[in-house]
Design a protein around this ligand. Sequence first.
Ligand code: COA
Length: 243
Amino acid sequence: MTLHIEEHADRVVATLDRPEKRNAIDQDTIDALHSLCARLEVAPRTLILTGSGGVFAAGADIAQLRERTAADARKGINAMAFIRINDLPMPVIAAIDGYALGGGAELAYAADIRIATPSLRIGNPETGLGIIAAAGATWRLPEIVGEARASDLLLTGRTLDADEALQWGLVSAVHPADELLDAAHAIADRIAANDPLATRHTKRAIRTPRAQHPAIELELQAELFESPEKHRRMTEFLERKRR
Ligand code: COA
């Protein structure tokens, strides 16, 4: 088992668990991520992604990558899995300790929210291995940190430490390693206190291309304006002083 899954009523914690290979993402891990996504697409819950052994993921599995062909590249083995994760209905939180390199960084870029520890080392050394970062970095990283910073990272292959990643906004908070998961759960708790449908619709609106705004949020809001949960939550607010 390369992916350890812990189930909760309102969230799932998925831990990349191949510490002897620094959680390198191999085909088994990708298969496990796909089956997890299949379940979360049917029964949406918040997903916390993390890694064991003080590492998030040291990249795609280079032993497998070395043998892959042009046809394999065109399948986008990692890219498709990370798109599916990014497309999950409920938020995805990456809790990143230590190395998040190459495909490991791209998995983190696919999350909606990223938090890390002081030992974070994140970056894309792919060009040093004679390939490009083709599992989302070239388009997701510019969306997250802007094209200039993405170019700095992707064209040099250098890694950022926690301070720089925080300053760039690539991670939104840094916590001591022994508090990282609690911090991720605290974010999931906040999310769980809100209306799940409103959360899902917010995620959808954020991720919808510019040209489709404002039509998309008006349609999503139209659905919510007539939901019983909206009425209940607003009534609860309006009547709170009367109790
Ligand atoms: N793919 C396959 N195996 C990997 C791996 C990867 N991306 N990253 C680490 N491993 C393996 C090593 O080959 C080693 O295996 P072995 O014990 O069978 O020899 C084991 O994990 C431990 O790695 P090691 O390099 O000894 O650990 P470290 O703690 O000294 O260094 C890193 C950690 C992350 C700095 C180093 O492993 C590294 O540079 N990994 C590759 C990073 C990379 O280029 N990723 C981009 C891939 S697209």
